[in-house]
Design a protein around this ligand. Structure first.
Ligand code: BTN
Length: 320
């Protein structure tokens, strides 16, 4: 018996006695008890009441490989490679480094989730979405400028398909609602600048974040915005329905065809912002992005252009 099989029974939020769990899962009560300890180790709150057994209050919304696969639109299904739905991993982007074209990895938990600029990405169990997708491009990394912004637009479209609106993008690809971070995108590329290269597209989406995670910026999750529970499987379906076709068309169509949409979603358009580039802090007005997705900043000494990488952007008046 694995901890996953125990969780699939406890996911209904009801009480199950040790004896009943042992019978359902075909193992001894001692084996059940050992797995119960592992459940607690995942950071889940397990209630134990004498005479009633064990229960996870409110139940769990677990990822289901079959539910996701059968919910995909036909274009996404045709583009999907190997599809892994995992329990605990260090980072889905790390697992994806061994992957090939169209492979997708989702996990219930990451122990070393990575954010942009060396930050950690909080990844508690069965709470949010941690998804990585592998795509191979023949034309080299240079042809992929703007891809990370395009991924942000695809995430916004996926959220809209789940009836979540009011979403904006902070350059290059933070997904915000009212200045609070809902999702983040981390692209990692390997291979040739001019020839074949492989891109791992990592998306982290806050869905049902437990109280008080250690996040050093304003954040929000899907369930708070929806004022109810949105199925994580539906959210993964919506993300894959947008991301797989985007990646398959991107090399041909590039960022230019998506630029107007990105600008319409720009959280800071025309606002006074500051850009941090290493030790340098530059203040100016956010003038949008160019045809390759580079940030345009109007400063007192003229227009400056910034590419992705280690640049960070902040609104002058708020913490977002
Ligand atoms: C950001 O800092 O905004 C980017 C966050 C990206 C997080 C996702 S979760 C899935 C994938 N695996 C990781 O370790 N990081 C990305």
């Amino acid at each position: 018996m694995t901890v996953e099989s125990l969780l699939s029974v406890l996911a209904d939020g009801k009480f199950h006695s040790g004896e009943q769990l042992g019978e359902t899962l075909g193992v001894s009560r001692t084996a059940v008890w050992k797995q119960i300890k592992k459940v607690e180790g995942l950071g889940l709150v397990l209630e134990s009441v004498k005479g009633k057994g064990y229960c996870i209050r409110g139940g769990l919304d677990l990822l289901s490989r079959s539910a996701i696969q059968s919910g995909l639109a036909s274009e996404a299904r045709d583009l999907l490679g190997d599809f892994l739905v995992l329990g605990t991993v260090d980072s889905t982007n790390t697992v994806a480094t061994d992957g090939a074209q169209g492979d997708v990895i989702v996990a219930e938990q990451q122990t070393a989730g990575r954010g942009r600029r060396g930050r950690q990405w909080q990844s508690p169990f069965a709470s949010n979405i941690y998804l990585s997708l592998v795509w191979e491009f023949a034309g080299g990394a240079a042809a992929l400028e703007g891809l990370s912004l395009a991924v942000g637009v695809a995430v916004v479209d996926a959220l809209a398909a789940c009836s979540l609106g009011g979403v904006a993008l902070k350059w290059p690809n933070d997904v915000l609602v009212d200045g609070r971070k809902l999702a983040g995108v981390l692209l990692e590329m390997s291979g040739d600048a001019a020839g074949p290269c492989k891109v791992i597209v990592g998306v982290g989406l806050n869905v049902n974040m437990p109280a008080a995670p250690a996040i050093d910026q304003p954040w929000v999750d899907v369930n708070t915005l929806a004022m109810g529970t949105v199925s994580r499987n539906q959210l993964v379906i919506a993300l894959l329905n947008q991301l797989l076709p985007l990646l398959s068309h991107y090399e041909r169509s590039g960022f230019a065809s998506i630029r107007e949409r990105w600008l319409a979603l720009n959280a800071f358009q025309g606002e006074q912002v500051f850009v941090t580039l290493g030790d340098e802090v530059i203040v100016g007005h956010m003038a949008g992005v160019d045809g390759s997705g580079a940030l345009l900043l109007d400063t007192v000494s003229g227009r400056r252009v910034f590419n992705g990488g280690e640049v960070s952007l902040r609104r002058v008046t708020s913490g977002a």
